[in-house]
Design a binder for this molecule. Structure first.
Ligand code: ADP
Length: 190
């Protein structure tokens, strides 16, 4: 059976993590969040984590080489997965091309990119709200949040065209109740 490999896409604060939790349950998928992996490295105090910490604290992107090799290791560690949800990856064209290379070598391509769409002012509000309870430093400073959104617009949003050219892009309204948005995603997966 072919694997259900999904890219869950969208700006910081779009709800990718929240929605991933439902989708992994429903479809039995493995969740790969580069942000979660980087934060785990930081908490473990590894060299990689300490280096990434500074970059994440500014709201800049960690280098392509680092995140690509993290994802490669995770894919190799879950060869029996029914599929993956890629959350927060790919974030650049180089990352998308590397991911295509890894998956096509296995004949298990990305099936669809689900792009959650949320207006900027709503994102800033959500992220500041999350920062107030989660302790995530990059969610507590409005200029860091705006930098992340800016990086998303310039480096990451163009990937909609990359997947669009493969006929795999689906835009999803990311404003509304959590369950309502889940239903939109499930309908788009089909
Ligand atoms: P958010 O989507 O809210 O910004 P993430 O947890 O996805 O949160 O990412 C947090 C930070 O981790 C990013 O601002 C960036 O510094 C780093 N990061 C995560 N994924 C990537 C990636 N694919 N490429 C480069 N940097 C990344």
């Amino acid at each position: 059976m072919s694997k259900l490999n999904l890219v869950l896409f969208g700006p910081p604060g779009a709800g990718k993590g929240t929605q991933s939790a439902f989708l992994i349950q429903k479809y039995g998928l493995v969740h790969l969040s580069t942000g979660d992996i980087l934060r785990a490295e930081k908490d473990a105090g590894t060299e990689l984590g300490l280096m990434a910490q500074e970059i994440m604290g500014r709201g800049d992107l960690v280098s392509d080489d680092i995140v690509i090799s993290m994802i490669r290791n995770k894919i190799e560690a879950h060869l029996d997965a029914k599929g993956f949800i890629f959350d927060g990856f790919p974030r650049t064209k180089a990352q998308a091309e590397a991911l295509d290379g890894m998956l096509s070598a296995k004949n298990e391509p990305i099936v669809v990119m689900l792009a959650l769409e949320v207006p900027e002012e709503e994102l800033v509000k959500r992220l500041l709200g999350r920062g107030a309870v989660s302790g995530r430093a990059d969610d507590q400073n409005e200029s860091v949040i705006r930098n992340r959104i800016h990086k998303y617009e310039t480096e990451t949003a163009p990937l909609k065209d990359y997947y669009g050219a493969q006929g795999k892009f689906k835009g999803i309204n990311g404003v509304g109740g959590v369950e309502e948005i889940t239903a939109r995603l499930v309908a788009a997966i089909g």
